[in-house]
Design a protein around this ligand. Structure first.
Ligand code: ATM
Length: 229
């Protein structure tokens, strides 16, 4: 796992070493709207809890009171245009709060963390969708969360028209959901590109399969990580 802070092994007492808890695993779920993130996240969390682990659920942008306020600004404020750089910086401001105040403390206490979106969303939406270079986003990611990257990222994938159709039936569209088909097409392609470049962290699940098949694949991925502890 890449999520290691400096630990002075040589200077810790043997009591310290014995009490050191096994770090939790960090799993993220990604994808465009309408691919079934919430349903599959709930099943994933239940499966990991059933295996005896504490699990903290979070989401981005959001996850802390202040980060949830930033989420509201980003999703629902329409009285002033938000330049793409401001959008990116607000995403990372919220992420900094979530990583430092929620995600890292949980992982260090041995709790597993399952997050609905993380930095791959910034790469896909602000990078693929809005056109900000991925190198800029990755530099920001390095600054904001360093080595804190997920152990596993599940990318739920579906054609854009299917996702948009499913999402449309749910609620009034927010600022992101009002984007057009070609925006989401770029987001989807960017996700698939990142996944193919990082095959050890990413697993892509085709959500055009039956719900049971998707559930089976998600559980199998969790089982691999559970066996890995
Ligand atoms: P949901 O939690 O409903 O997925 O909405 C969060 C929105 O924020 C989502 N919009 N859509 N469609 C994707 C967007 N988002 C980004 O643009 N960049 C990010 O870094 C994150 C975490 C989310």
């Amino acid at each position: 796992m890449r999520l290691l802070r400096n630990i002075c092994g040589g200077c810790a007492s043997s009591a310290d070493r014995e009490s050191r808890v096994e770090r939790g695993k960090f799993i993220t779920i990604e994808g465009i709207e309408g691919v079934g993130k919430s349903t599959n996240m709930a099943k994933l969390v239940a499966h990991i809890e059933a295996a005896g682990h504490r699990v903290l659920r979070t989401r981005e942008p959001g996850g802390t009171p202040l980060a949830e306020d930033i989420r509201d600004l980003l999703k629902d404020r329409s009285d002033e245009p938000i330049p793409e750089i401001a959008e990116l910086l607000l995403m990372f401001a919220a992420r900094s709060l979530n990583v430092n105040n929620v995600i890292l403390p949980a992982l260090e206490a041995g709790t597993w963390v399952v997050s609905d979106r993380f930095t791959d969303s910034s790469r896909a939406y602000q990078g693929g969708g809005r056109g900000i270079p991925l190198e800029t986003i990755d530099r920001l990611a390095d600054w904001v969360h360093g080595d804190v990257w997920p152990d596993l990222t599940i990318l739920l994938d579906a054609p854009v028209e299917i996702g948009m159709e499913r999402a449309k039936s749910r609620s009034t569209p927010d600022r992101f959901e009002q984007e057009r088909h070609d925006f989401f097409q770029r987001v989807r392609e960017c996700y698939l590109g990142i996944a193919s470049r990082e095959p050890t962290r990413f697993v892509v699940i085709d959500t055009m399969q039956s719900l049971d098949e998707v559930k089976f694949e998600v559980r199998a991925l969790a089982d691999q990580l559970l066996g890995d502890v």
